[in-house]
Design a protein. Structure first.
Length: 388
């Protein structure tokens, strides 16, 4: 697990990790990210043109296990995997049977398989069950212009696209205008809750002085990367000592219908470098942080005529942190022979993502009521993905 020198604990609830969720929007392909190179049907039948070559031997840096290897662009994650801070969950997802991006994202963020199930999000329901660390407006935040569906049901979650631009200039503060707004929204208006939370957040951010918090331990975030900008802000928030418990960010551009081999290299390169930089930046604080990376569904097993892959089913999730039971690929591999495919064309889901998240909530976020967080789910709640 993380072995850097210890620093002061972040002021969240005792025994609770800070959860950072990265949603890969667009349906990320898992088969070329973590390659099932010993499955004869991977390159031999389905991906003759776009398959990632197998590792040369066990000394190849891409080698993970006798069954799986990393895409070359994910090599920045290999030291984290070797250190035991990274686990990869293959053939995973929520079996919602939807191929539409919008509908599938809505269902997986709600943690359900039926559109008639609760409209709140799995994270929002978990937060509603647990006591906050403080009255801070920063308990749950999306570094985005919108509150994600996953946080629906939480009390006044924040959505801030750029923390450094969120607030009033000093001349406006000196004018007394913020107090005028505070007095206005002190009345029981429909938006009094969110408005009050936003004003409180501005005050907290001003006191935290995020601009003075820079990457540490030699961490270098990729330049000109939207994901890097968001994750660097997440790191600033955590190091600021604001009592944040949940941070949500989006990673866009995973809809690779064409030239998957070319475009996934760019997407995986950004993801790996950002995750590596964040891990380095946070140092010993990673012992109290869990990063979950997930997507709405995977890609079709077979390449299409444009050397891409169309919408599929099973995919890949990433787990990073000091409390992760890392250095392993968690999977009950279903096989890629035609008879083993979902609908005759997709990677089957053999590890329900809700099983992974249930274990995360129980072992790293202080416990939860799985029946409330995931209504209708009756699967296992422990896949040995986290340390107790």
């Amino acid at each position: 697990m993380s072995t850097t020198n210890p620093i002061a604990a972040h002021p969240t609830l005792p025994g609770h990790d800070i959860l950072v969720c990265i949603f890969q929007r667009g349906a990320a392909d898992g088969l070329n990210a973590v390659v099932p190179y010993t499955d004869p049907d991977y390159a031999g039948l389905h991906r003759r043109t776009i398959a990632v070559p197998p590792p040369v031997d066990m000394n190849d840096p891409r080698y993970l296990t006798t069954e799986y290897a990393l895409h070359p662009a994910l090599l920045p994650l290999k030291p984290i995997y070797n250190a035991g801070d990274l686990a990869l969950v293959h053939a995973t997802g929520v079996p919602h049977q939807i191929r539409s991006h919008f509908s599938a994202q809505n269902l997986i963020e709600r943690g359900v398989v039926d559109k008639n199930d609760p409209s709140t999000g799995w994270l929002g329901r978990h937060l509603a069950l647990s006591s906050p660390a403080s009255s801070s407006a920063f308990r749950a935040i999306s570094i985005s212009g919108n509150v994600p569906v996953a946080l629906g049901g939480a009390l006044d979650p924040l959505a801030i696209d750029n923390l450094n631009d969120f607030g009033f200039d000093q001349d406006i503060i000196d004018s007394g205008y913020p107090q005028v707004l505070a007095d206005l929204f002190n009345n029981p208006l429909p938006f009094s809750g969110p408005a009050s939370a936003a004003l409180a957040a501005m005050e907290e951010l001003q006191a935290a002085d995020l601009a003075s918090i820079v990457p540490e331990n030699g961490a270098v975030y990729p330049a000109n990367s939207a994901l890097a900008n968001k994750m660097q802000q997440a790191a600033q928030l955590i190091k600021s000592q604001l009592p944040v418990e949940v941070i949500c960010v989006d990673s866009d551009g995973w809809d690779h219908h064409e030239s998957l081999e070319f475009y996934i290299d760019q997407s995986l390169d950004e993801l790996a470098k950002v995750m590596s930089a964040f891990h380095t930046d946070m140092g010993a604080s990673m012992s109290r942080i869990t990063v979950l990376v997930y997507t709405e569904f995977g890609r079709r097993v077979a390449e299409n005529g444009s050397f891409g892959a169309d919408h599929g089913t099973g995919s890949l999730a990433y787990l990073m942190g000091g409390g992760v039971n890392g250095g392993q690929v968690i999977s009950s591999w279903p096989g890629l022979a035609p008879a083993n495919l979902e609908y005759g064309e997709d990677l089957k889901i053999t590890t329900d993502l809700r099983s992974v998240i249930s274990e995360l909530l129980n072992k790293r976020l202080g416990g939860t009521n799985v029946g409330t967080v995931f209504p209708g789910f009756s699967g296992v709640t422990d896949v040995n993905a986290f340390l107790s």
